[in-house]
Design a protein around this ligand. Structure first.
Ligand code: RNT
Ligand code: ZN
Length: 422
């Protein structure tokens, strides 16, 4: 009986032939796949808690449910967990931080006072791991956001505080970019909105526009920092009105040449971000995606290998947008092993991307142009059963990470040795 390595290679060679018949070079696809960095959100590791203070509750209309053992309580634990997750995911990726993950060595440093030095440990670690860093100012879980407003607040002093936070965060982003030699995407999401029907929808939006203008007024090289803005339809406690709606940020990004962030859970339940990419690419230079899985609402479930994930990746690949799309993940599930959640979601994202890259897109586009819509549908359906999984297994082996579900054994061992001791 052949050993596993030889079997995986055999399956790959057969798959390679099958795809070659359609002009797809699987070796080349794997070279290109290796170049794609997915941004892993650090907040899956500790339920969006951060390290400002032990008792801080999560506010801002987002929610994490579950109480699985072993949550990271310190930055070192979180880094250790991220290392474990990264070791089980093929390719070189990025880590996405939030301002609440600052390390202030016991000193109380408010959000508007944060400096690059509070993220030095993260940068040192990122260098050592060979990963880039992305960033997010944290406009929630703070007394000054307790009434549901931040950058659009009617009180000038509160607004000012959050503007200062935004400015501080862009500097931290630039520091990441400079130190790590890869631009940091600094993404602004705010929770501002009303539970019930507002009378004045315009003024808070006008204030938000002005606050953003001020935050972005300081020029920072795109070599170091890229600004993104993230819209939302509703949150818990902001069901009737969200200041930073889709139209608001779409307009803002287009006018001010920032990145637009599309979060898969931030639209009406039957509305999909996959169908927005090709529109927005006409009007913005680059996009940021928050790949997530909304189950009936913006629930931030772990990303699974579903139709929308596949459609997102297909749109990026078919449009040739890989260079202009920053693929970030945004889910948080505390009901299962948190490292398992990262691994499942990230491997799925890469798997779906690979499957999209294996498509003979040129030929399909030709069918479409010629009006041969029968062949288009026939091939799209047949390709679903093509041996892309053999290419995936081979890629994992090539990248020295566990093949198929073998990673689960490692997560279970880590749970026993590390997580259960916390
Ligand atoms: C909230 C947004 C936002 C957050 C993170 C923690 O609805 O999706 O991106 O999930 O910043
Ligand atoms: Zn998001």
């Amino acid at each position: 009986m052949k050993d596993t390595v030889a079997k995986i290679k055999d399956n790959y060679d057969r798959a390679k032939e099958v795809y070659a018949e359609w002009g797809v070079d699987t070796d080349q696809v794997l070279i290109e796949l290796e170049e794609v960095a997915i941004s892993l959100h650090c907040w899956q590791g500790d339920d969006v808690g951060g390290f400002e203070s032990a008792s801080d509750e999560l506010t801002g209309g987002i929610q994490v449910t579950g109480n699985y053992l072993g949550k990271a309580n310190t930055a070192s634990e979180l880094r250790q967990d991220l290392e474990k997750a990264l070791s089980l995911i093929p390719g070189k990726h990025r880590v996405n931080l939030h301002a609440i993950y600052a390390e202030t060595e016991g000193e109380k440093v408010d959000r508007n006072q944060l400096e690059p030095k509070h993220f030095k440990n993260w940068v040192d670690w990122a260098k050592q791991q060979g990963v880039g860093l992305d960033f997010n100012p944290t406009f929630f879980s703070h007394p000054k956001s307790d009434d549901g407003f931040t950058l659009s607040h009617s009180d000038e002093s509160i607004r000012k505080f959050w503007i200062e936070h935004g400015k501080a965060c862009r500097k931290i982003g630039a520091y990441f970019g400079k130190e790590l030699g890869t631009p940091c995407v600094t993404n602004i999401w705010i929770p501002d909105g009303y539970k019930d029907i507002p009378v004045d929808r315009f003024t808070p939006r006008r204030r938000l526009k002005e606050s953003l203008d001020e935050i972005l007024s300081e020029p920072i090289s795109k070599e170091y920092n890229l600004d993104a803005v993230e819209s939302k339809l509703f949150g818990i406690g902001s069901e009737s009105y969200v200041v930073g709606s889709h139209e608001f940020y779409m307009g803002y990004a287009v006018k001010n040449n920032t990145l637009l962030c599309l979060d898969a859970g931030h639209f009406h339940p039957t509305e999909v971000i996959s169908n927005k990419i090709s529109s927005m690419m006409n009007f913005v230079d680059e996009l940021l995606l928050h790949v997530s899985r909304p189950v009936r609402w913006d629930s931030d479930h772990v990303v699974i290998f579903d139709d929308e994930l596949q459609a997102i990746m297909e749109e990026i690949v078919r449009g040739n947008f890989l260079d202009k799309t920053h693929i970030g993940l945004d889910f948080f599930d505390a009901s299962i092993n948190r490292i398992g959640a990262w691994v499942i979601g990230t491997r799925n994202a890469i798997k779906a991307l690979l499957k999209a890259m294996l498509e003979p897109t040129k030929i399909l586009k030709q069918y479409e142009l010629e009006g041969d819509l029968t062949s288009r549908l026939a091939m799209l359906e047949e390709l679903k059963a093509y041996p892309w999984a053999a290419v995936w297994d081979y890629y994992c082996m090539q990248q020295n990470v566990p093949v198929k579900e073998k990673w689960l054994t490692e997560v279970k061992a880590y749970e026993k040795e590390v997580l259960s001791q916390r």
